[in-house]
Design a protein. Structure first.
Length: 249
């Protein structure tokens, strides 16, 4: 079992309430989203007490980062996200509204035990449905998960200069650094706001804010020059969006 909350006192509260539960072992405590993602992938816990309002990366983004891997049972913990309570009721194992007492906590644990006894995976399926609904509502991502050298961190999409297809990977170019993701260009592009990113070629996507100038080649194609001097070719198949951009559309 895992406890994920950015407030040390909140984590201590959950651990204290679990002290008398002989069948539950706390494998780890996490104070931020990246640490939580890494712990879930490393420990594969059956159950998570997951804070919704962690800074930088919220609880939903944590779950989004580990999908589509097998999902643990999740008891959401929230202080004021009343807008989401119906979603929790429909999709989650349970939710705890801070401050919660021993009776309410015990009820959540009872529901977790009943779920494990059923073993039909219904909560995991509902969590996947919840994430799909949230993706639809949010439309475009603001961060992307990067796994590198044994660590996990969240990279703001606005930090990316351009994205390149490299075999079975995509390469995120961020200033002088680069990060490899085992994803397809199609899956990454689907998460990007088209007003901020434009596809230039089947192997490249560029952050619009990084475009310094656009040149026309002798063949009538376009060449894009970024603010750091990088030159990228724009193929005819993807030129329409670039033309609209230059026209101010």
């Amino acid at each position: 079992m895992l406890i994920a909350d950015d407030e040390p006192l909140a984590r201590e509260r959950v651990r204290t309430l679990l002290a008398g539960e002989a069948d539950i072992e706390v494998a780890a405590e996490c104070g931020d989203g990246a640490e939580t993602v890494a712990a879930i992938e490393r420990l594969a816990p059956d159950l998570i007490f997951l804070d919704v309002q962690m800074p930088e990366v919220d609880g939903f983004e944590v779950l989004d980062a580990i999908a589509p891997a097998p999902m643990p049972a999740v008891i959401f913990v929230t202080a004021y996200d009343r807008y989401a309570l119906k979603a929790f009721e429909v999709h989650a194992l349970d939710y705890l509204l801070k401050p919660f007492d021993q009776e309410r906590f015990s009820l959540a644990l009872a529901r977790a035990r009943a779920e494990f006894a059923r073993g039909d995976g219904s909560v995991a399926r509902r969590l996947v449905e919840l994430l799909e609904n949230l993706r639809t509502e949010r439309r475009y991502a603001t961060r992307i998960v990067v796994r590198e050298s044994g660590r996990v961190f969240f990279l703001g999409l606005t930090e990316i200069d351009w994205i390149e297809s490299v075999g079975n990977y995509v390469c995120l170019h961020v200033g002088k650094r680069s990060h490899l993701l085992r994803e397809t260009m199609k899956s990454v592009e689907a998460r990007l706001d088209p007003s901020r990113f434009v596809r230039l070629h089947r192997s490249s996507i560029v952050n619009v804010e990084r475009i310094h100038q656009v040149e026309t080649t002798r063949r009538g194609d376009y060449a894009v020059v970024l603010t750091d001097g990088t030159h990228l070719a724009a193929s005819r198949g993807y030129a329409e969006r670039l033309r609209k951009l230059m026209a101010g559309g």
